[in-house]
Every structure is written in structure tokens, then in C-alpha cells.
Design a protein around this ligand. Structure first.
Ligand code: NAD
Length: 496
């Protein structure tokens, strides 16, 4: 009999009374891993009531005490990171190494939440007028909601609930129905860390459950990460119901390759960031812009891409895993077919097979050149291991092209020129910028960024942070190479 995934309500894991269940499939085999419930209206109501009750006591709990729960939680996450990563890999398909990185990035946020007290400090000014003093406090707002996507099932829930709860709020998490098991494990460890009941609730389901939650009068703030159409919908509906909403959405990330860049490092990084995690990263590089003579590197790029093989999560041979679902694979295949009519396909991963895994949602590395900005494969977020290449004559043209793109999540430039890098960093209209770094994911002590259609919502138009409301935030990650350096270019992270 198939496992039924419980809901996590009022501090207990309990089977749902629903009659609607969604199958969670192993994307390499289509084996049913479990059935996830579509929570009933009554169960959602119970979760919200429990979170409301818990808020009464939790908001009065001193911040250092809240921090101690997070300290214990980060310790437990570290102890259990391999187990969490294995659950995550099975349901999401990404390789075990990639999954460990997913968990680790989440742990870093919990470390930040464990150090919340200084971040909660207010501001004071004496004598704002003669003998009148003014000061501010930060206070929690109530029951918060997080709606998360399938592609980072540990990191993205951990972006949200630890910070919200450390600030004194309580939290309802609605993870992706495509890989919901990781969230239950995160909740299990949260209980073990000593979190009082009701601080966190995990509600499973899809659109129907989201609709009820985002309109519910007792939800005060909504944090969403996912695709553009759903992000726009959540932002519009949430704000229509007068909630604070922060929605991080889709992307089309460009890498600019200057002819003076370190060729081997550039190609290694480009390949890894285009096809890693099967291209299912919001920070994946999906467009390479070759400037001037750099266009001659395309054949070397093709040779490197050909070497990366998809495969199952638990094989060390696998360069990346399958797509999340048969529907996702079908959609990417349709875009590749369209691309063949619009541009030159140098490498076609459409018919990729992995021995022993005939049912896996495999697509091999795919490379297009001579792509116009009018092509569907340029305009659409493909979310597969597909790289499209464009050639331009100058850096100015590359910047103009990127700034005309409606997305603004991440971008990077590979160059040996500080002047070109500085110009790019200054003029580019994108939230996260890498200089000789392909996927510039900022650590949790930076703000959420993302510009244009990659971000909707509120960065708190208040006090010192008003500057963020009236401007955009840009973070820069930077690295430089020696002329003759030739070692591996992977970004390594400490997993201890
Ligand atoms: P998705 O938008 O399909 O789903 C995200 C969440 O919304 C899920 O929990 C899902 O159940 C819910 N949902 C789906 N359709 C809905 C609807 N019609 N009404 C209400 N709720 C709905 O996204 P996904 O496919 O899971 O994730 C991939 C997308 O997420 C990509 O576009 C990627 O770029 C984006 N993403 C962005 C960031 C970022 O930081 N900007 C990070 C990760 C992923």
C-alpha cells in the first residue's frame, strides 16, 4: 500500500480526512513514493487557528529564547543533512551532491535566524524636537504563509519559516505538491528542536488550498517563490486582500562572455550553470551572449556540454538528474522542437536515454546558436538543460539586450577587464550580478533581490528601509583569475 503523507497541524503529524490525493513520483522511475493529501477546508482552518493561538505566547517570547530554538534546529539540520538530502533527491531527482547544497543553503538561513536579536533592534533619535525623543521597535505581525516551488525543496522553505518565526510570527507552509516529503522532514526536526506546538504548520495541496490560504483574513503576510504567472496571481490576489506580499518569480538569466575572459574557466562555468540540476534553477544561465571574437568558442562549448550525462540521483556518474515530471519534459521537448525551426541546434538532447531507467524524464544537454531575441526559445523560461547563444559586437549591445529582457533575476559577465566588469555591474538592470561567477546566489545576510518580472512586492517601505522600496537592490559576487590559472572552476561550499 502506498504511503500517505501526513499533514502537520497543531504540533502533530496526522492523516488527512481528504478524499483527494496527489501522487508523488520518483522522476527517474515513475515509482509512486507517496500520496500527498489536498488538505480539506476544515484542516486548513484548524492549522490557521493553531498558528493564531501559538502567536499569542510566541510573540511575547524574548528574542534570545526564540534564537535558542533556531540554534538547536540548525544543529539538528546539520546532523541530519544527508538524510534530508536523500529524501529530497528521491522526490526531486537532483543528484545527491546538489541536494546537499540545497540543504546547506537552507541551514545558512537558520544560522541567520539564530542570530535574530541584533536584526530586530529599532532606531532612536533624541531631541527630534526640543525635549522630544523618538524611537522605533520591530514587532511581529502574526500568522505568515509560505508557498514554495519544486526546485529547491529544502532551501526555499528554509528561506521563509525560520526567519518569520525567529521574528516572533507563526507560519503556515504550503510546499510544492511535486516534492512535499522534504518539508515534512524539516517540520519533524523543528519539533525535535523544541519548537512549541503551533509555530509551524505544513499544509499539502495545490491551487485550491493556496486560494483558501491567500484570501484568509487571518493570514497577515505571504511569501511566494515560483513561476511568473502564479507569482503575479498570488501578488494580485494577496494584495487585493490587503496582505503584505513578497513574490519571487521566474527568470531568463544571461551570461556575457567577453573575448578577454579566461576561456576554459568561462566554458566550464557556463556548462555547469546551464545544465546543472537539469536547468531547473531560477539562477540557471539559459542565455550566453558572446561578444566579438568570443563567438569562436562555441564549438569548445559544445564539446564540454556533450560530456555531461544525466542520470539517477544516487549515481556518482550523473551530471544532473531528470526533469521533475513527464509534463515538464513534454513542455521542454516542445520548446526544443520550436527552437529547431527558429535557430541552429548544435546539440539535441531530446531523445536521451539512460540505461536501466526507461521511464525517467531525461533530456540531455541541448545547445542552440544563431538565436534571435524574437525566438520563442529566447523569450520563454525553458527550465530545462537548454542553452541558447547569441552573438553581438560590443559590451554595450550585450547590456542593452539584457536590459530589454523582461526578467531581472540574475546575470553574469566573464572578463579579465575590471573596466568592462565595472560598466556591466553599474549599468545592468538585474538584481543579482556575477563577475566571473556564474550563479551569484547571495547569502542570507543580503536582501532578496530580483528585478522586473522576476519579483513582485514589498521590501518594507518604512524607516531606514524606505530606500529599498524606492530603489532596487543589487548584490555583486566577484572573483578574478590569474592569466595562467587552469584549475577546476567549481564554487565549493563547506558542508561540515
Ligand atoms: P509554480 O509557480 O508552478 O508553483 C509554485 C507553488 O505555487 C507551488 O507550491 C504550487 O502548488 C503553487 N501553485 C501552482 N499553480 C498555482 C495556481 N494556479 N494557483 C495557486 N497556486 C499555485 O512553480 P514551480 O514549477 O514549482 O517552480 C519553478 C518556477 O519557480 C520557475 O519559474 C523558477 O524560475 C521559479 N523560481 C524562482 C526563484 C527566485 O528566487 N526568483 C527561486 C526558485 C524558483
Amino acid at each position: 500500500m502506498t504511503n500517505k503523507l501526513p499533514l502537520f497541524i497543531d504540533g502533530n503529524f496526522a492523516d488527512s480526512k481528504t478524499s483527494e490525493w496527489l501522487e508523488v513520483l520518483d522522476p527517474s522511475t515513475q515509482t509512486v513514493l507517496c500520496q500527498a493529501p489536498c488538505a480539506t477546508d476544515k484542516e486548513i482552518e484548524q492549522a490557521i487557528n493553531s498558528a493564531k493561538d501559538a502567536f499569542i505566547g510566541w510573540k511575547e517570547t524574548p528574542p534570545p529564547e526564540r534564537s535558542r530554538v533556531m540554534m538547536k534546529y540548525q544543529e539538528l539540520l546539520k546532523q541530519n543533512q544527508n538524510e534530508i538530502a536523500a529524501i529530497l533527491s528521491k522526490e526531486n531527482g537532483k543528484t545527491l551532491e546538489d541536494a546537499k547544497g540545497d540543504v546547506w543553503r537552507g541551514i545558512e538561513v537558520v544560522e541567520q535566524a539564530a542570530n535574530i536579536t541584533p536584526l530586530l533592534m529599532g532606531e532612536t533619535v533624541e531631541n527630534v524636537a526640543r525635549e522630544i525623543d523618538s524611537y522605533s521597535y520591530t514587532q511581529p505581525i502574526g500568522v505568515c504563509l509560505g508557498i514554495t516551488p519544486f526546485n529547491f525543496p529544502a532551501m526555499i522553505p528554509l528561506w521563509m519559516f525560520p526567519m518569520a518565526i525567529a521574528c516572533g510570527n507563526t507560519f503556515i507552509l504550503k510546499p510544492s505538491e511535486q516534492d512535499p516529503m522534504t518539508s515534512n522532514k524539516l517540520a519533524e526536526l523543528f519539533v525535535e528542536a523544541g519548537a512549541p506546538k503551533g509555530l509551524l504548520q505544513v499544509i499539502h495541496g495545490d491551487k485550491k488550498q493556496v486560494d483558501l490560504l491567500i484570501k484568509h483574513p487571518d493570514i497577515k503576510a505571504i511569501s511566494f517563490v515560483g513561476s511568473v504567472p502564479v507569482g503575479q496571481y498570488i501578488y494580485k490576489t494577496g494584495t487585493e486582500h490587503l496582505k503584505r506580499v513578497q513574490a519571487l518569480a521566474g527568470a531568463k538569466n544571461h551570461m556575457v562572455v567577453m573575448p578577454d575572459a579566461h576561456k576554459k574557466k568561462t566554458i566550464d562555468n557556463l556548462v555547469g550553470s546551464a545544465v546543472g540540476a537539469a536547468g531547473q534553477r531560477c539562477m540557471a544561465i539559459s542565455v550566453a551572449i558572446f561578444v566579438g571574437g568570443a563567438k569562436d568558442w562555441v564549438n569548445d562549448l559544445k564539446s564540454e556540454m556533450e560530456l555531461i550525462k544525466p542520470g539517477p540521483w544516487d549515481s556518482e556518474e550523473s551530471g544532473f538528474g531528470p526533469l521533475i515530471s513527464k509534463e515538464a519534459k513534454k513542455r521542454v521537448l516542445q520548446l526544443i522542437e520550436k527552437g529547431k525551426k527558429e535557430a541552429k541546434c548544435l546539440l539535441d538532447g531530446s531523445n536521451y536515454e539512460v540505461e536501466g531507467y526507461p521511464e525517467g524524464n531525461w533530456i540531455g544537454p541541448t545547445l542552440f546558436t544563431d538565436v534571435s531575441t524574437e525566438a520563442e526559445i529566447y523569450k520563454t523560461e525553458i527550465f530545462g538543460p537548454v542553452l541558447v547563444c547569441i552573438s553581438v559586437d560590443t559590451l554595450e549591445q550585450a547590456i542593452e539586450l539584457i536590459n530589454n529582457n523582461p526578467f531581472g533575476n540574475g546575470t553574469s559577465i566573464f572578463t579579465a577587464s575590471g573596466k568592462s566588469a565595472r560598466k556591466f555591474r553599474h549599468e545592468i538592470e538585474v538584481g543579482q550580478v556575477g563577475i566571473n561567477v556564474p550563479i551569484p546566489v547571495p547569502l542570507p545576510f543580503f536582501s532578496f533581490t530580483g528585478w522586473k518580472q522576476s519579483f513582485y512586492g514589498d521590501l518594507h517601505a518604512y524607516g531606514k528601509q524606505a530606500v529599498r522600496f524606492y530603489s532596487e537592490t543589487k548584490t555583486v559576487t566577484e572573483r578574478w583569475f590569474d592569466e595562467d590559472e587552469d584549475s577546476s572552476a567549481n564554487l565549493t561550499i563547506n558542508l561540515e
